[in-house]
Design a protein around this ligand. Structure first.
Ligand code: F6R
Length: 244
């Protein structure tokens, strides 16, 4: 079931989403959390860091598994998702980094890396909670709009739209990697709970699709309506095209 929550501000949205994550971590013996990068969850990660400092959450038993990574960037590249996770979360909480997983976009055999990543996810029993953002084109992870969506972890050619959207983080658009490695739809859907955060007017058009009754592989996030427990947290700008 999908629950849509609308908040006055990014800060309130982030605080609410962090509470959901906190409850899962605090009520699970060995929690597995699925993580996303990008600008949307930065506020949520800040709240988790605060909660860890205030001893409201303990990450010592947590395993994390990230959604995606660029192909061709090393973990010490400032735009790699691995670097992002250290900077915005892992370096500030008491998680054991040996229990944090991000796909290796530099693997010699990328297909094998995909299979190993799926195996890892199965071994972990899938995520207790999956944090998601959403691309302006409706992508989740790097699962781009397409007639066919992949169930497994896979290598994706990024769409021109995603390359353009992500160019803001690079010196030039030519520096944006052209491929990503991403969990597939099954890996995302097997999470027991999903919390998706989206903010800003540039997400308003795509977020409209959470409120209608259709699914469309050209808007991969629309499929999330089929998940049994998903909370979509929007600030009022992102929710501005949803009719009340
Ligand atoms: C990142 C990811 C992407 C982002 C999406 C939105 O790990 O999975 O799907 O969630 O591109 O990015 P932002 O939050 O930067 O707008």
């Amino acid at each position: 079931m999908i629950t849509i929550k609308v908040f006055e501000s990014y800060d309130e949205m982030s605080a609410y989403a962090a509470e959901i994550v906190k409850e899962v971590i605090n009520s699970t013996e060995k929690p597995v959390i699925g993580l996303a990068t990008g600008s949307s969850p930065i506020g949520l990660y800040k709240k988790l860091i605060e909660m860890n400092k205030n001893k409201q959450i303990d990450f010592s038993q947590v395993t994390s598994i990230n959604l995606d990574e660029y192909v061709g960037l090393s973990s010490d590249h400032p735009q790699s998702y691995s670097y992002f996770m250290n900077e915005y979360l892992f370096d500030h909480i008491n998680i054991d980094k040996a229990n944090t997983f991000v796909p290796n976009g530099l693997a010699d055999d990328l297909e094998q890396e995909c299979r190993l990543y799926d195996q890892r996810l199965r071994d972990l029993g899938y995520a207790d909670i999956q944090i998601l953002g959403i691309g302006q084109n409706g992508h989740i992870g790097f699962n781009e709009p397409s007639a066919k969506l992949n169930t497994n972890t896979n290598i994706v050619n990024l769409t021109p739209k995603t390359i353009k959207d992500n160019a803001r983080f690079f010196d030039s658009i030519d520096d944006v990697p052209k491929q990503g490695i991403t969990l597939g739809l099954e890996g995302i859907f097997k999470a027991k709970k999903i919390v998706l955060v989206a903010n800003g007017l540039n997400k308003a058009e795509v977020c409209k699709s959470f409120a209608d009754e259709y699914i469309d592989t050209q808007v991969p996030a629309s499929l999330l309506k089929l998940h049994k427990d998903i909370t979509v947290c929007l600030d009022k700008e992102a929710a501005s095209l949803i009719e009340k």
